[in-house]
Design a binder for this molecule. Structure first.
Ligand code: FAD
Length: 403
């Protein structure tokens, strides 16, 4: 039942218990909504991989009151570095932790995805017992006079005042609302792996977010879980791919062949990882609309992006916060959803474009990096300034999202 008082509230069905869906459940619950998260998976099982959470995302997680638990599980990188992939020669190294606190008012953290999902899930279970329902796949939806009716694959029907499609790049909610479309292969394939730092001997990755560059490929190394684990992401350009999946694995020999001749910090990490996951990276052209009547999309469901700005999860977390803020300030659902879309689209489109542009920055031959090397020495503040629009996100002012 929809309630209109000083703030709008009611019952929200959230499709998808990923980072975006769980953040939305916490944000809406904090504003007086009753929430039900439906997740198709039988259990919440996350493949081993790391995630960078920049200050803009951390500010929202702080507002959702989950940051202290995450702090204990994370690793705070000292710097952002770029190195040449083969020689390891430094192109630039800029401080990250001190400016994150002083300039952007929140930490920059590295986390295991499983740890982030677990903290978000547990916080929801404690605050709203029974809010998460597993093995519940949204199959169909129908608009009703008072809201929306959802049909699950088991045949059960649920009714809500609001439906949030936080169901990822293959979003069923998006397909029902706006028709089928095919994801677009971006010509990039990403390897992901983790290894215990103690297995790496003298070839431990630096305590930074380190991008290793090379022609047609790059790698990113960083540490997780207080520094005990090392994370590897390796991206190569490839002409074709058949399907997008979060669970595909590949042989260690193939990853080593892709990064043959690279610095031992990179190759030792690949050798020491037990499992090597492989993702083909897809995106979609921007959607004309993210919302219809009492249904709305967030996260990868509406703006999937290449991971080259490390912002996909961060944007889903910001979306969740902005959606709850917009509903809080509204008298009716539909205008609030339209306003949320107008706040979020310019910013997420800009991040999508910047992520695509970074593919070109990271995949050049060594001599192309000399201007960057020179710039870093002459004007170190340049890199911090360039991140201001992204990291200086203000949770108290959702319109700042358009900056
Ligand atoms: P998802 O995480 O995809 O969650 C969707 C959920 O919906 C899933 O649990 C799914 O099972 C469920 N679902 C789907 N359909 C249905 C249905 N019909 N019914 C019920 N449930 C359903 N981002 C960062 O911010 N920092 C990084 O460092 C970073 N690194 C990355 C590195 C790589 C290689 C890749 C590929 C991505 C990276 N990202 C990063 C991006 C980030 O992982 C994604 O943007 C983020 O996970 C999207 O979250 P989401 O909640 O929108 O969707």
């Amino acid at each position: 039942m929809l309630r209109r008082g000083s703030a709008l509230s009611g019952h929200a069905i959230i499709c998808g218990a990923g980072i975006g869906g769980l953040s939305a459940a916490l944000a809406l619950h904090a504003r007086g909504w009753s929430v039900q998260v439906i997740e198709q998976a039988e259990e919440l099982r996350e493949v081993g991989a790391g995630l960078q959470l920049s200050p803009n995302a951390c500010k929202v997680l702080q507002a959702l009151d989950v940051l202290p638990e995450l702090d204990a599980l994370s690793f705070a990188p000292q710097a952002l570095e770029m190195r040449l992939g083969r020689s390891g020669q430094s192109i630039f190294r800029i401080a990250l932790q001190a400016p994150a606190a002083a300039r952007w008012n929140a930490p920059y953290l590295h986390l295991h995805r499983a740890d982030l999902l677990q903290v978000l899930t547990q916080s929801l279970m404690i605050r709203v017992p029974g809010a998460l329902r597993l093995n519940a796949r949204l199959e169909q939806l129908k608009h009703s006079a008072s809201g929306v009716e959802v049909k699950l694959s088991c045949g059960q029907r649920l009714h809500g005042d609001l439906l949030i499609g936080a169901d990822g790049i293959h979003s069923r909610v998006r397909e029902i609302l706006f028709g089928p479309d095919r994801p677009r292969f971006t010509g990039h394939v990403a390897w992901r792996a983790v290894a215990p730092v103690e297995a790496l001997g003298q070839h431990r990755p630096p305590p930074s977010a380190c991008v290793w560059t090379g022609p047609q490929r790059h790698a990113v190394t960083y540490r997780l879980r207080g520094g005990a684990l090392a994370n590897f992401v390796g991206v190569i350009e490839q002409a074709h791919w058949e399907r997008e999946s979060w669970h595909e694995q590949g042989p260690r020999e193939q990853v080593l062949a892709d990064f043959a001749g690279w610095h031992p910090i990179v190759t030792r990490l690949i050798e020491s990882a037990a499992v090597h996951h492989r993702w083909a990276l897809f995106d979609r052209p921007p959607l004309t609309s993210w919302q219809h009547r009492h249904c709305v999309l967030l996260g990868d469901a509406c703006h999937p992006m290449l991971p080259f700005m490390a912002q996909g999860a961060a944007m889903a977390i910001e979306d969740a916060w902005a959606l709850a803020s917009s509903l809080d300030a509204a008298a009716q659902i539909s205008p609030a959803l339209a306003r949320y879309e107008s706040w979020r689209k310019p910013r997420t489109s800009r991040v999508q474009a910047a992520s695509r542009a970074n593919a070109k920055v990271f995949h050049r031959p060594a001599p192309a990096y000399w201007p960057l090397w020179l710039l870093a020495r002459l004007w170190p503040d340049f890199f911090h300034r360039r991140q201001d629009w992204l990291y200086a996100y203000d949770v108290t002012d959702p319109t700042s999202e358009n900056t």
